[in-house]
Design a protein around this ligand. Structure first.
Ligand SMILES: [Zn+2]
Length: 407
């Protein structure tokens, strides 16, 4: 992890290079990207079959970083999933480019905020810190607190809180996490604390959920495993350590071993958004299930559906095969939520909307002890005027250089 930043630093001094934050151009293929950056196509040839499949995980519009000297690309770090990234790097000694897949580097820091309330906490946070997710998280933490009237906040009321934020080269990744917060209104202090498991506590106790009845609502019905008598030969992982290559290689789907010709069944009701040949996936079908869910069925010998066709759960959409980059007949099954690969086995319980009776939960506070220390810390903070960290693009760049310099 440190090595990469040091590498970045070495390059910055050598070339007086600049780190550039950019987006993956819509519809651009990996080989077009290499071409645009004058990288020889021999780099593409050097990438293993398995790694080539991962190139398909790059999404149009994804944020990534480039280290550039004028127009020459010295390094690019392109995320695939949340924990891994593609690294393209120019080796200074030989002038050749190298491809690798490495864990994502991030820094987690604590930030503090103490602010007078002038309109509402959420508006004040947005104006002073320029971070909507943080404002939302603060409001959400004080939700369901009948003793606080948000419409009655007035001059002299204050808020103070600590939060943690993961950053990658100065850019925030994942959501901010408020760990403790205080809202002082009308001379009364109200507290919320959040533990590592994400559970909320007030100053007097733990806020717990309890069942308070049932209600008819739209829910997401279960999907199904896309083959009968499933046999998993390879599971989903962002970080799979390859025993032979001795490197991390993500596998963003689940492989089911099955004989060629075994029927592949739609995991849920939906609409076919793609049925055709796609690089390493060979003959592949993608089905959109609504709610941002898309399932993917790769390496088919024969497809039974066309793009645009409506399918129902359990319907045969094709047959197991060995097309694309595959070492033997199997079904590679992928599941995506809003374009992000997720573990199909963990999320297969969601999708296809139906109406059902579901339990209604309410919250109540259960007495606990031992948060005096955090309370005092917040009270002390509310009397400070800390330097606020403002999340704007200018700031992002300056942090970026600071972080590279300090490592
Ligand atoms: Zn696979």
């Amino acid at each position: 992890m440190k090595k990469i930043l040091i590498l970045l630093l070495m390059f910055s001094t050598l070339y007086s290079a600049r780190v550039v934050e950019t987006n993956w151009k819509h519809g651009e293929t990996f080989s077009q990207y290499l071409q645009r950056n004058n990288i020889p196509s021999t780099l593409l040839d050097s990438i293993s079959k398995n790694d080539k499949t991962l190139l398909l995980e790059i999404q149009s519009g994804d944020n990534f970083f480039e280290l550039k000297n004028d127009n020459e690309l010295l390094q690019a770090l392109i995320p695939i999933g949340e924990e891994m990234q593609i690294q393209i790097i120019k080796i200074h000694a030989t002038g050749e480019y190298k491809f690798d897949i490495i864990p994502t580097i991030f820094i987690e820091s604590e930030y503090k905020v103490a602010l007078p309330i002038t309109s509402s906490p959420s508006i004040d946070i947005n104006r002073e810190i320029n971070y909507a997710s943080l404002a939302n998280h603060f409001s959400e933490l004080f939700k369901n607190r009948p003793e606080i009237n948000f419409k009655r906040l007035k001059k002299g009321d204050t808020m103070a809180f600590f939060y943690t934020q993961r950053t990658r080269l100065g850019k925030p990744i994942n959501e901010p996490n408020i760990t403790s917060a205080m809202l002082e209104t009308g001379g009364k202090k109200h507290f919320v604390f959040v533990n590592k498991e994400g559970e909320k506590f007030s100053d007097t106790g733990k806020i717990i959920r309890y069942k308070a009845g049932t209600q008819k609502v739209a829910v997401y019905d279960k999907m199904r495993i896309p083959v009968n008598s499933p046999r998993i030969t390879s599971g989903f992982t962002y970080k799979r350590f390859h025993p032979v290559l001795h490197r991390y290689r993500p596998h963003l789907g689940v492989d089911f071993g099955a004989r060629r010709g075994t029927p592949i069944l739609a995991a849920g009701d939906g609409v076919v958004t793609f049925a055709g040949w796609e690089g390493g996936y060979g003959k592949v079908v993608k089905i959109s299930h609504g709610g941002g869910y898309v399932s993917l069925y790769a390496h088919q010998s024969q497809m039974r559906v066309r793009s645009g066709q409506r399918v129902s759960k359990g319907q045969v959409i094709g047959y197991v095969g060995n097309t694309g980059r595959s070492t033997g007949p199997h079904l590679h099954f992928g599941l995506y939520i809003n374009g992000r690969a997720v573990n199909p086995l963990a999320h297969i319980n969601m999708s296809t909307r139906k109406f059902k009776d579901v339990d209604i939960f309410k919250t109540k506070i259960v007495q606990i002890k031992g948060i005096k220390k955090y309370k005092n810390r917040l009270v002390a903070l509310s009397k400070e005027t800390p330097k606020l960290h403002v999340w704007d693009s200018e700031q992002k760049n300056s942090i970026l250089y600071k972080e590279i310099d300090t490592l």
